[in-house]
Design a protein around this ligand. Structure first.
Ligand SMILES: Nc1ncnc2c1ncn2[C@@H]1O[C@H](COP(=O)(O)OP(=O)(O)OP(=O)(O)O)[C@@H](O)[C@H]1O
Ligand SMILES: N[C@@H](CCO)C(=O)O
Length: 319
């Protein structure tokens, strides 16, 4: 479920009156997602998403996210803008939460991408990276390599309760990444969470890229590595799909491209991507009661991916 905060029809009506967006016809809570409360809002003139920002989004970051989405949309990327009210305001207060009325984009997210869909996702990522070259906004990555030691320490011995030996495996990986993490690759603002559930598609076309709430300034190729780890395996981390991998990288090459230095660092970046999601999932796993309404995501799905990248011969994935 992802409706933590209830919004009454009266509150919804008061909100819509601030906009040139028609009057309320219906509003339904959206079940998908775990971070924020989302409603599908139909008015007499249009359809919108109403997002209320919950615990994980720092409201101080919202102006950065709005500027980023406006910049990407202006450059022709299929990302949803936050609608401006009659006064030009994008960030509102609804039911005690910061909230935005957001453009609705059509399409559905795929759970088992085909190679053509992976290619389209790679191309969409490259187009965004092109548009972000020179973008002036910046936001530190709060889930980057500098944060993984502390996150692992916070999980502590409980990692072994998820899987025997996981704590030692994480410690070894941190040592490897500290020694092999690239320091001189180009950086830019990146999406940082381009999983299939954050890409809306119609057939093989990308119709929407959503959920920019982890967007940050990072090594640009890390975004490719995150996307690769998210798209090229079975959801439980087993079964690497070589066809999706080739297609994803070909799509990215079509629209942006990787330098030889980025290619050389790709496996280390992908191992870092796996560790990031392993650790954040492990933390959530340990701190979300098993009977909570939110579905916990399996940290071991990223341990399996990590093992795959660790064992992949250098240059075997993207050459
Ligand atoms: N602009 C949009 N247009 C159409 N549908 C959207 C849009 N934004 C969100 N959705 C729908 O709402 C669902 C939840 O949105 P989202 O993934 O952003 O949730 P979240 O809780 O913020 O994040 P997370 O995926 O990290 O849990 C999406 O799966 C999608 O179906
Ligand atoms: N996409 C992430 C959740 C957001 O960080 C995951 O699947 O673990």
């Amino acid at each position: 479920m992802a409706v933590y905060t209830q919004v009454s029809a009266e509150e919804m009506g008061v909100l819509l009156a601030r906009y040139d967006a028609g009057t309320l016809v219906s509003a339904k809570g959206i079940a998908e997602g775990v971070e924020n409360s989302n409603y599908l809002v139909d008015t007499t003139t249009d359809r919108f998403i109403l997002t209320l920002y919950e615990k994980r989004v720092d409201v101080g970051d919202l102006p950065f996210f709005m500027k980023l989405l406006d910049h990407l949309a202006d450059a022709g990327n299929p990302v949803p803008r936050a609608i401006k009210d009659k006064q030009g305001v994008q960030i509102q207060q609804v039911a005690g939460r910061s909230a935005c009325l957001i453009e609705f984009l059509s399409g559905v997210s795929v759970s088992h991408p085909t190679a053509p869909q992976a290619r389209a996702a790679g191309a969409a990522l490259g187009q965004m990276h092109k548009a972000l070259d020179g973008f002036e906004g910046a936001r530190p990555n709060t889930m980057g390599i500098g944060d993984w030691h502390a996150l692992a320490a916070r999980c502590g011995d409980d990692l072994d309760a998820i899987a025997p030996g996981l704590g030692a495996r994480v410690a070894d990986e941190l040592t490897y990444l500290d020694q092999h993490w690239p320091t001189d690759l180009p950086r830019s603002v990146v999406h940082a969470d381009l999983f299939p559930d954050n890409v809306l598609m119609l057939g093989d076309q990308v119709t929407g890229v959503i959920d920019f709430y982890f967007a940050c300034t990072e090594i640009r190729a890390w975004d490719v590595a995150v996307t690769h780890a998210a798209w090229c395996f079975e959801n439980d981390g087993s079964g690497f799909h070589r066809d999706r991998s080739d297609a994803l990288i070909a799509g990215y090459e079509d629209s942006h491209g990787l330098s030889p230095e980025e290619r050389a660092a790709f496996i280390a970046l992908a191992r870092g991507a796996c560790l990031r999601f392993l650790l954040t999932r492990a933390w959530d796993w340990l701190n979300t009661p098993a009977d909570a309404m939110v579905t916990r995501k399996d940290p071991l799905a990223f341990l399996r991916r990590l093992d795959f990248y660790r064992d992949a011969p250098a240059g075997s994935l993207i050459d």
